[in-house]
Ligand binder design. Structure first.
Ligand code: IFM
Length: 445
């Protein structure tokens, strides 16, 4: 029997600017921290950069056509801040605005709802030179940028996402150093997380004000279901700390207007500086929560495990994707139910879900049964969560196209559409054809 989703369910794919656009020196675009980071020797696999990426800047019409062919009704993309305001603050670049203006029009003409994200990690380098997200002024820079974009697109965009995965921007960028700007400073990471959240809170009313009545604003967080590695008290507490950093550090201020007390106590002198009205602003009510879910986290206590004293382990029996992440669809159901019960967001979207696989182009086809199995199992879990009362309104696959997977360069393929980087030819994978059936039937076969 088919598993049918609620009427009006949103079916789409997600991408981000630096991962697909390329054309980094065209259209008046400024330099971002990811341009500098990816061009720094040793920071990405094979020294890969987003200079060309999936060439979407030149092939966007074809890509909109592909989405139409896939029967999708929404497209989550990100807007490159350095295309809109090349120096980060100050004058807007009309050519940059025009690019997204045309994209939005083409999407609407194809019956696909534009679902833009304002920040997917490509901070203008000029702002980094002024302290970047460590500078409290960043909240104001971001609000100004949000105002410029929404003044131009707000007559047509009905759903906005402020930030993508502030956890990753803060901790991979400022504590682990694996992402731009590549710092190893846990205190800075916590302060950056706070400024990212503050900038979100500042942008929410601006986006609403500049959009048509009824427009919705949300944020996309990377969240996981967290299990302790064993029943040992030390592992249970390590899992709580991990959950505190990954999930609650963002959910609590957004939905409860307070940082989790246990995490503030644990952080001690590393805790961020917070000014009196900050949490009120961060907790400005939002219309939906975007959930980026890939895997659960299984966590063990480990005194050597960095400031958190914890280590993620991979269960020995686990099935893994090409990223080495455990395939664990039940965690998606558990997470969605928890979010609904503990944080009560008005609506939820799965703003990213998908897997990297060892895709090969053979005789013009890409057979990727493992991706179909992954998506199918996660959609079944999402459907179960809906049946349990979760107000889940849509599902967006990461990703439309194979693209630049950050520090992994082009070695990991997440797309429903294969990209032959030598020619930039696009080939719909078997999973793309399968997802078309799901989206058009509004049901899992
Ligand atoms: O490619 C990333 C994306 O930019 C953010 N979420 C996770 C994806 C896969 O790692």
């Amino acid at each position: 029997m088919a598993t049918t989703f609620p009427e009006g369910f949103v079916w789409g794919t997600a991408t981000s600017a630096y991962q697909i656009e390329g054309a980094v020196r065209e259209g008046g675009r400024g330099v971002s921290i990811w341009d500098r980071f990816s061009h720094t020797p040793g920071k990405t696999e094979n020294g890969d950069t987003g200079d060309v990426a999936s060439d979407h800047y030149h092939r966007w019409r074809q890509d909109v056509g592909l989405m139409k062919e896939l029967g999708l009704n929404a497209y989550r993309f990100s807007i490159a801040w350095p295309r809109i305001i090349p120096d980060g603050s100050g004058a807007a670049n009309q050519a940059g605005l025009d690019f997204y203006d045309r994209l939005v029009d083409a999407l609407l003409a194809a019956g696909i709802e534009p679902f833009p994200t304002l920040y997917h990690w490509d901070l203008p380098e000029a702002l980094y030179d002024k302290g970047g997200w460590l500078n409290r002024d960043a909240a104001g820079w971001f609000a100004d940028y949000a105002a410029v974009v929404s003044s131009r697109l707000g007559d047509r965009v009905r759903r906005w996402i402020t930030h993508n995965e502030p956890f990753v921007a803060a901790f991979e960028g400022y504590a682990l150093g694996s992402h731009a700007p590549g710092l190893n400073d846990p205190k800075a990471a916590l302060q950056v997380a706070h400024h990212l959240l503050l900038s979100h809170g500042r942008a929410v009313p601006i986006l609403r004000q500049n959009s048509e009545a009824g427009a919705q604003v949300g944020i996309a967080l990377n969240l996981s279901w967290v299990d302790p590695a064993s029943e040992r008290q030390a592992d249970v507490e390590a899992a709580q700390r991990f959950d505190g950093l990954l999930n609650r550090l963002f959910l609590d201020p957004l939905f409860r207007g307070a940082y989790p007390a246990d995490m503030l106590a644990y952080a001690g002198p590393l805790a961020p500086e917070v000014e009196p009205e900050d949490l009120l602003q961060i907790a400005t009510p939002i219309d939906f929560l975007g959930v980026n879910y890939y895997s659960r986290a299984v966590v063990a206590d480990d005194p050597q495990g960095g400031p958190l004293g914890a280590r993620q382990i991979v269960p020995p029996y686990a099935e893994l994707t090409e990223m080495g992440w455990e395939v664990y669809p039940e965690g998606l159901r558990q997470l969605l139910v928890r979010l609904h019960q503990e944080y009560h967001p008005a609506a939820l979207y799965i703003t990213e879900n998908g897997c990297a696989a060892a895709d090969r182009l053979q005789d013009g086809r890409v057979h990727d049964p493992q991706r179909i199995a992954y998506l199918s199992a996660h959609l079944a879990a999402a459907h179960q969560a809906i049946a349990e009362g979760v107000p889940l309104r849509g599902y967006l696959v990461w990703s439309l196209l194979d693209n630049f997977e950050w520090a992994y360069g082009y070695t990991k393929r997440f797309g429903l559409v294969y990209v032959d980087y030598a020619t930039q030819a696009r080939v719909v994978k078997d999973s793309g054809a399968w997802f078309r059936q799901v989206a058009t039937a509004n049901a899992l076969p």
